[in-house]
Design a protein around this ligand. Sequence first.
Ligand code: FAD
Length: 491
Amino acid sequence: MNISIIGAGIGGLSSACLLAAKGHKIEVFEKNESAGGKMNELKEDGFRFDTGPSLLTMPFVLQRLYEECGTSLHAELELLPLDPICTYFYQDGTTFTNYEDHKATLKEIERIAPEDLEAYEQFLGYAQALYHRTADAFIFNPLYDFSDFRQLNLLSFFGIDAFTTVSQRIDSMFTSSYLRQFFKRFTTYNGSSPYQAPATLNVIPHVEINLGGHYIKGGLYTLAESLEALARSLGVNFHYGAGVTTILTKNKKAQGLKLENGEEIYSDLVLSNSDVTETITQLLPDEAIPTWRKQQAESIEPSCSGFVLMLGIDRKYEHLSHHNIFFSEDYKTEFRQIFREKVMPEDPTIYVANTSHSDHSHAPEGGSNLFILVNAPYLSDQYDWETNKKAYGDNIITELEKRGLENLSAHIQFRENITPEDFYEKYRSNKGSIYGTSSNSKFSAFIRPRNKSRNIEGLYFTGGSTHPGGGIPLVIQSAFNAANLIERYEE
Ligand SMILES: Cc1cc2nc3c(=O)[nH]c(=O)nc-3n(C[C@H](O)[C@H](O)[C@H](O)COP(=O)(O)OP(=O)(O)OC[C@H]3O[C@@H](n4cnc5c(N)ncnc54)[C@H](O)[C@@H]3O)c2cc1C
C-alpha cells in the first residue's frame, strides 16, 4: 500500500520503519527541515545540546523495533547506563544520589531517611507489581476494539491502584519528606501531576530504578538520526519543509494530503504523527468530521509543557552529575500553579542535564553544556511568555547560584531558551504540551485517542498524543499499535 505519514517525530520515524519493513511504500512529509520532532539538537559555539529528551527508558521496546526492521539496538546505537542515575538537591542542603547500583542507593537512604529503608524496598516491589499488571493490558495492547478489551483482566484492573492518587499512595508508604518528593517526581515523566494522577503511575519508578535509565552515546538525537537512516535504507522517502495543511477525504475516507505549497499527494492511507487534537481540528476539513468531534478533540487535557534554558558555560561544577534535580520547597504549591492556575511556579523544581559530564565533546575543553528544564503549564491566557521569558530564565539562574552553582551568570558563553509557545510553533503540539495528553484522571488510559480514527476510514495516528502515551518508549509502542491496526483492518 502507499502510505503518507505526516511528521517525522519519533512516532512518524518508527512507523515509517515498521511499515516499510512490511513492504509498504512510505512517503513522510515533515514541516521542519530535519527529522526528530521534539527529539532534536542544537550546536552552537562549540556546545551541543539535546533540546528534547535526555533519558531513554525501556530500551527493549526500541530493540523490538530494530529487530522488526532486520537489525538490532546493539548494531545501531551505543547505550550507556548512567551511574549515578541522578543526583537530587533538596532546599535544606541535603543531597541524595540515586545509583544504578542498588546497594549504593540503599546506603544513601540509610544516610538521609533510615526510617524508610524497608519502605523503599516495599515500594519498588509494589511498583514492579503495578508494571506486571498494567504493561500487557494498557501499554502493549492497542485497546482499539472488543478483541483488545477482552484481554483486560478485570480482577487485575482492581489491583492497579487507580482509586487513589500518586501522592496519597506515596505519603501512605513513606515517612521521609525526601523520599516522598523523590518518588512523586516520576509522575512528571508523562507530564502529569502527582496530586491528580492515579497511583497507577507509580509504575514509572519501576521503569527507571528497576529496569534502568540510559543515555545514548553522542546524545539522544542520535536515535532520531539512526531511525531516519534506517527508514531510508528500507526505501522510505522524506520530504522536509513540507507542512501538511489538509487531509484530503472523500466519503469519510482519507485519500491523501494537501501541502502548504498547494500540491496534492494521493495515497491509500494517511498516518498522522502530528498531535491528534491538531490533526482533527486543523487538518480535517469541516465537512469530513462532525463539529462535536472537533470540540471533543479540543477538550482533551494536554500534558504539561516545559520551559527550557540552555547554557553553555566556561567552567565545570564538580558536584553536578549527568542528571540533576534541584527540588522546590513546596511541591504541592508548585503543581497547583502549573496544573490548576496555569502559571509558572514561583519556586520551581529545576532539572539540569549536564551531558558534557559523560560526553566531553559536548562542550569546549573545561566547559559544560547545561540543559535546564522546568515544568510549565500548557498554553493558556493565564501566562504571557513574550513578556516573562527573559526574567523567568534570569530567576532560574539566580536560584541555581543560590543552590551551589556559584557565579553561574558570570560564566555563561551561550544562552538560548525554548518556551511552550516555541513547542507549539515548531512542532504543533497541542497547547505546547511536551508529552502528549495528561494522565491526570483515572480514565486517561481509556480516553486517550486510539491509533486508528473512528470517524475517517484510512486515517491512523501515532505519537505521544495517542495511545499508549508520551515519552520515547510509549511513542515507539504507538507506532507498533498503528502498524498492528493497519494490518488488522487494511490487509
Ligand atoms: C524538553 C523535553 C524533554 C523530554 N524528556 C524526555 C525524556 O527524557 N525521556 C523521554 O522518553 N521523553 C522525553 N520527552 C518526551 C518525548 O520527547 C516525546 O514524547 C517524543 O519525542 C514525542 O514524539 P512524537 O513523535 O509523538 O511527536 P513530535 O516529536 O512532536 O513529532 C511530530 C512531528 O510532526 C511534525 N508535524 C506536525 N504537524 C505537521 C504538519 N501539519 N505537517 C508536517 N509535519 C507536521 C512536527 O514538526 C514534528 O516533527 C521530552 C520532551 C521534551 C520536549
